[in-house]
Design a protein around this ligand. Structure first.
Ligand SMILES: Nc1ncnc2c1ncn2[C@@H]1O[C@H](COP(=O)(O)OP(=O)(O)O)[C@@H](O)[C@H]1O
Ligand SMILES: [Mg+2]
Length: 310
């Protein structure tokens, strides 16, 4: 497998304190990896080494086999990144800003102009191309920062907490945009302190705490770690007794409980496909389902358990 991002024993010490300890991670092509951990876990430290903003104390980091610390310029040629809160000149417009940044990168005029239009469309800023950035919300600035990172069509995109500090709507917009970006051929490495965000957006999760990697696997495998899950179903009309009995008889479902007339809790063990089957069959039985989801608590419980053990 091609190793697009690779770190080997990456360590960063600050006054004898390890901010990052022996991080070894290999990321393949065209996947989105969530780098998850609480504040102070070492996420920004790792990302700063990967983007050559700081140097490691020991260990190596590579992009497509090129050593980032030996040949930063060549290694980062095909990398776009957003690290820390983006600051732009408030009196410039997105077009002016991107033109300036594209020229710095040495992009030719026609290619640059075409790319500016494309990235502003992708980042849903097409209506704001001529507005001064001083008037932008935090979410819009974050989107412009991602636009900037994508300007030269990098094959690797590195984002440090792209939704952090945004209002709920801004967070959803950025997540939706990342999901769109995943459809193109590109490796995305993004940090977050929200496990559910990684579960929603990413293909893989790398969990860190206190500078150490605790877990690195496909998002789909997190479910297996959690064992039986709690599912909550909300309906527009109370379920009838036969519908409730139908649920009780579904494979993998136990402890069906009516917590409110239109809220049913149950435990479920099985694959996501099986879960989808339950949803479609209960709808087939005439239930007016308005939502059907695994409760977030257990996911966060797992996270706390893993962090607690480190
Ligand atoms: N420049 C620095 N000097 C000293 N300690 C630092 C520095 N940068 C980060 N740290 C410490 O390293 C640890 C990891 O920080 P950081 O990588 O920013 O974590 P995260 O991004 O996961 O919140 C924290 O304990 C932080 O206080
Ligand atoms: Mg950070």
């Amino acid at each position: 497998m091609r190793e697009v991002i690779k770190t080997v024993g990456l360590t960063k010490m600050y006054n004898g304190f390890p901010a990052l300890e022996k991080l070894t991670l290999t990321i393949g092509p065209d996947v989105c990896v969530g780098f998850i951990g609480p504040n102070g876990a070492g996420k920004t430290t790792a990302i700063k080494i990967l983007t050559s903003l700081i140097r490691s104390t020991s260990g190596e980091a590579y992009i497509d086999g090129i050593d980032i610390q030996r040949e930063p310029k060549r290694a980062l040629m095909d990398v776009g990144s957003v690290v820390e809160i983006p600051e732009f000149y408030p009196f410039l417009t997105p077009i002016e800003t991107l033109t300036y940044l594209g020229k710095l990168r040495g992009m030719g005029k026609d290619y640059l102009n075409a790319r500016i239009k494309e990235v502003l469309d992708t980042l849903r800023l097409e209506e704001w191309t001529g507005t001064m950035i001083g008037k932008f919300s935090k979410g819009m600035k974050q989107r412009l920062a991602i636009a900037q990172a994508l300007l030269h069509e990098p094959i690797v995109l590195i984002l440090d907490e792209p939704t952090s500090g945004l209002d709920p709507r801004g967070m959803v917009e950025v997540r939706e945009i990342i999901q769109e970006l995943k459809k193109e051929k590109r490796t995305i490495f993004m940090s977050s302190h929200l496990l559910y965000e990684a579960q929603e957006v990413c293909d893989y999760v790398a969990m860190v705490d206190k500078g150490r990697l605790l877990y690195y696997d496909k998002v789909d495998n997190i479910g297996k770690l959690m064992g039986p899950r709690r599912l909550e179903m909300r309906t527009a009309k109370p379920l009838t007794e036969p519908q409730l009995n139908f649920l009780r008889g579904c494979d993998g479902v136990t402890d069906v409980e009516l917590v409110q007339p239109m809220v049913i809790n149950m435990r479920f063990e099985g694959s996501d496909e099986k879960r989808a089957d339950i949803l479609s069959s209960i709808i087939g039985e005439g239930a007016l389902v308005v939502s059907f989801k695994a409760s977030g608590m257990e996911l966060e419980d797992l996270y706390m358990r893993m962090i607690g053990g480190s």
